[in-house]
Design a protein around this ligand. Structure first.
Ligand SMILES: Cc1cc2nc3c(=O)[nH]c(=O)nc-3n(C[C@H](O)[C@H](O)[C@H](O)COP(=O)(O)OP(=O)(O)OC[C@H]3O[C@@H](n4cnc5c(N)ncnc54)[C@H](O)[C@@H]3O)c2cc1C
Length: 393
């Protein structure tokens, strides 16, 4: 490791590694990059705990465009990320999300579908007949229709994608070190001059990137610019179902209950009630949550799940932005060489390709080139100007 790098990235999971890869892959970036990752096993990183799905059914143009960029990279992962011909193997299953609607929510769903179609999303509204023909294992009670895409959504292995970004970055001379950034040093004008690592060593830098996931709010305090990003626990339950649900995809019921196939099993997720969603780094699993809140709704919507068998469960942290549930990107004039890539609120793995590319462009050229990510500028928080994403689960 050297005494100084042009760019230091704090946090080397999917966001930090995507930024590192896109920097190193850009011929016009000639600097050096150090990625500091405190847990190189990524055992507790949100990336590893994610449900690893990507969708385009959003309510804001920027989130749709970010996903379209992501889909393109996922489809071309072998071509873009393999090193010495080694397969990346991200296991991308391209299959549209199925968003279910009740009588009350159908008009909103129709409006959003029109909006998405106007931005190039191959999405359709399904009437009840078509819905039940294609997904006959659904109980229609309480449903009035649904929306699904013909292409451009699905799921993949986020940990493998993270590893592919990392391996590619290393092959292009990025250095990774297993350590924690404990302090950030600043000049009197606010600019970051370097970081202190957990072994007490100091490393200088020209730019520091905050890619610390659920720790990002706390990390941003180190430069005196607290952003609203908190760790919120989310639990995923894995079950087996004796009856195969033909053509099953990622299904989101009108109350937010979400499930999709994972191998021969199914993974199930339901966000907490807003008044029971504490800020916590704890990752203990509350198994009673499944019985209390999920089981009845699940078996109601898919009667075949009445015979399910619980296999396992895991919990991870959403890097949750309570301000407006959207990513907070870019810089602030007070600390112009401190770059935020935070607050993805449950969308970070699908947004990693576009955000990695965009932040790399911001560092290299001083502006976004491929996709203008400025609607997600961190400044909107400090200006109290939220960008509300309405399709949040
Ligand atoms: C249950 C669950 C389901 C999800 N499902 C989806 C989904 O389907 N689709 C989707 O797009 N997103 C999903 N997400 C969200 C997604 O996982 C995150 O938004 C994304 O992983 C964020 O990536 P990251 O690299 O910013 O954070 P992380 O993966 O958390 O990485 C941050 C890294 O920073 C390191 N770090 C922290 N502080 C320091 C420091 N001071 N010094 C050095 N290293 C540090 C940590 O060790 C960690 O490895 C889900 C999340 C959860 C919990």
């Amino acid at each position: 490791m050297k005494d100084s790098y042009d760019v230091i990235i704090a946090g080397g999971a999917i966001i930090g590694s995507s930024i590192a890869h896109h920097l190193a892959a850009d011929k016009n970036f000639t600097g050096s990059v150090l990625v500091v990752e405190k847990d190189p096993t990524y055992a507790s990183s949100s990336t590893t705990k994610s449900a690893s799905s990507i969708r385009q059914q959003f309510s804001t143009e920027i989130n749709i465009k970010i996903s379209q960029f992501g889909i393109d990279l996922l489809r071309r992962a072998e071509e873009l990320l393999s090193v010495n011909g080694e397969h990346t193997g991200i296991h991308f299953t391209e299959r549209g999300y199925l968003l279910l609607a009740s009588e009350a929510t159908l008009p909103t769903l129709r409006d959003r579908v029109k909006f998405q179609q106007s931005h190039g999303v191959a999405v359709d509204v399904l009437g009840m007949d078509e819905l039940l023909t294609r997904f006959p294992w659904l109980n229609p009670e309480g449903l009035a229709g649904a929306a699904t895409t013909r292409q451009g959504e699905g799921w993949f292995d986020a940990h493998i994608l993270l590893s592919a970004f990392r391996r590619k970055a290393i092959s292009n001379s990025v250095t990774y070190t297993a350590s924690e950034v404990t302090e950030v040093e600043q000049a009197p004008d606010g600019r970051v001059t370097g970081v202190v690592l957990s072994d007490g060593s100091r490393v200088g830098c020209g730019t520091l990137v905050n890619a610390t996931g659920a720790y990002a709010g706390l990390f941003s305090e180190k430069v005196g610019l607290r952003i609203p990003v908190d760790p919120r626990k989310r639990t995923v339950f894995v079950v087996n179902c004796p009856t195969e649900l033909t053509n099953c995809t990622t299904v989101i019921d009108s109350d937010g209950l979400t499930f999709r196939p994972e191998g021969r099993s199914y993974i199930i997720h339901l966000g907490p009630e807003p008044d029971n969603d504490p800020i916590t780094f704890d990752l203990d699993i509350d198994h009673t949550d499944f019985d209390k809140r999920i089981w009845e709704r699940l078996a109601h919507r898919v009667p075949a799940f009445e015979a399910l068998r619980m296999v396992s469960a895991w919990a991870g942290h959403y890097d949750f932005n309570p301000f407006d549930h959207n990513a907070l990107l870019g810089t602030m004039p007070q600390v112009p060489n401190f770059v935020f890539a935070n607050g993805f609120s449950g969308h970070g793995v699908m947004q990693a390709p576009a955000v990695g590319r965009g932040i790399a462009e911001l560092i290299t050229y001083g502006s976004y080139r491929t996709l203008d990510l400025s609607p997600l500028s961190v400044s909107r928080y400090f200006e109290n100007s939220p960008l509300q994403e309405l399709n949040v689960y």
